[in-house]
Write a new protein. Sequence first.
Length: 137
Amino acid sequence: MNSVIPQKKIIKRELAELKLALAQKKKKLEKKQTEQQIMLLERKKKMQHKLLELEAVFQEKNNKLENKISRLENEIANEKNELLKAVAIEQHDAIDHLETYLEEVDHKYAYFRGLWKMIRKEFKDIIRNNIKARKQT
């Protein structure tokens, strides 16, 4: 029995040493976990910061593109208006040219109508004179 007591003391001492070692390992593990959590939080903050930077860059580029699109749409609208004006001017010029041409044609036909009236009158006179000459003979 005497040998049981020293063994009991030895076991208690070993158990105490194991508990102490376990507590130290637990502390180290908790410290390591805490450090990992801190690193993860720092990494998360960096990623969020980087994401915010990227969003800002994207928004800036998006705004520039929208402004460029708006400017180009305005330029296209201006070009369309200028084209419509140019087409209208060309149409008016073509109408004026057509009116001039029609006036010339009308003038020529008026000349021919007058000439035709004169020819008809002369022809009637010739026929009338021929009929009178036949009647007299």
